[in-house]
Design a protein around this ligand. Structure first.
Ligand code: PEP
Ligand code: MN
Length: 263
């Protein structure tokens, strides 16, 4: 079902009225996590003013250490919904567990399946049965084939509103958090009709590299970007080192303009 052979036309995924795929570059921006109302509002407002049309932020965070900030759960979701409505930005947020699916689906415009859950087949099946659009991140060590088969789980369960997200893979390189696999962008576009976006924040782990890799992702043919922006990255409870300052994000959006028009 994901194959371009059977379905030659590009799928455009509608996230709360914002198209992902097709003519316009979709930019999803916001902090890694919902920390508190002011932090989310200020970060989201900066993202919107710079031109982002979709908001991101996690209320459920998959953390490597059990002692890391793992999100505010349902309380975070309520803040997220409130801020999203106030600013008129549809919101993408992660669901980690089938047990949380109904509360997350109720508040989110799109469900994110994180890299660590790309092969959580029970979660894929359950999300496939919802009518919410999905952002499916590539697994840390997943081949493109495995990633497309994970998308196939969603489509075969009845949900064809799927956006693929390249967010970097594990390699021997340790200078960066992950290795952003831009090969995947044109490769995937040749194999599937689903839209693909690039996340240079998790793909690099280093904010200095994010603008260059965002531009490179669009040049490679991505339909959109997912970028972490925080009002004060130095104080972020998660992923501060890869989060852009609001003025850096605004500068990136200006540099994307000539490329975005050519998508
Ligand atoms: C995130 O988007 O904050 C996140 C945890 O992403 P990933 O699953 O790609 O690590
Ligand atoms: Mn993050």
């Amino acid at each position: 079902l994901v194959s371009r052979e059977l379905h030659p036309h590009d799928t455009v995924v509608d996230i709360g009225g914002v198209p992902v795929g097709g003519e316009r570059l979709a930019v999803i921006a916001g902090p890694c996590a919902v920390e508190d109302r002011d932090q989310l509002y200020d970060s989201a407002l900066a993202a919107k003013q710079a031109g982002a049309t979709l908001l991101r932020a996690g209320a459920y965070k998959p953390r490597t250490s059990p002692y890391g900030f793992s999100g505010h759960g349902p309380a975070g979701l309520s803040i997220l919904r409130e801020v999203a409505d106030e600013l008129g930005m549809p919101v993408v947020t992660e669901v980690m567990d089938t047990a949380d699916l109904s509360v997350v689906a109720e508040q989110a415009d799109a469900l994110q399946i994180g890299a660590r859950n790309m092969q959580n087949f029970a979660l894929l099946r359950a999300v496939g049965q919802t009518r919410r659009p999905v952002v499916l991140k590539r697994g840390l060590s997943a081949t493109i084939q495995e990633w497309l088969l994970a998308a196939e789980y969603l489509l075969s369960a009845g949900n064809d509103q799927v956006v693929l997200c390249e967010r970097g893979i594990r390699t021997f390189e340790t200078a960066t958090r992950n290795t952003l696999d831009l090969n995947a962008v044109p490769y995937v576009k040749g194999r599937t009709h689903l839209p693909i976006i690039v996340d240079p924040s998790h793909g690099t782990g280093l904010r200095e590299l994010v603008p260059a890799m965002a531009l490179a992702g669009v040049a490679a043919g991505a339909d959109g970007l997912m970028i972490e922006v925080h009002r004060d990255p130095a104080k972020a409870l998660s992923d501060g080192a890869q989060s852009l300052y609001p003025d850096q994000f605004a500068d990136l959006m200006r540099r994307l303009e000539p490329l975005a028009a050519a998508v």
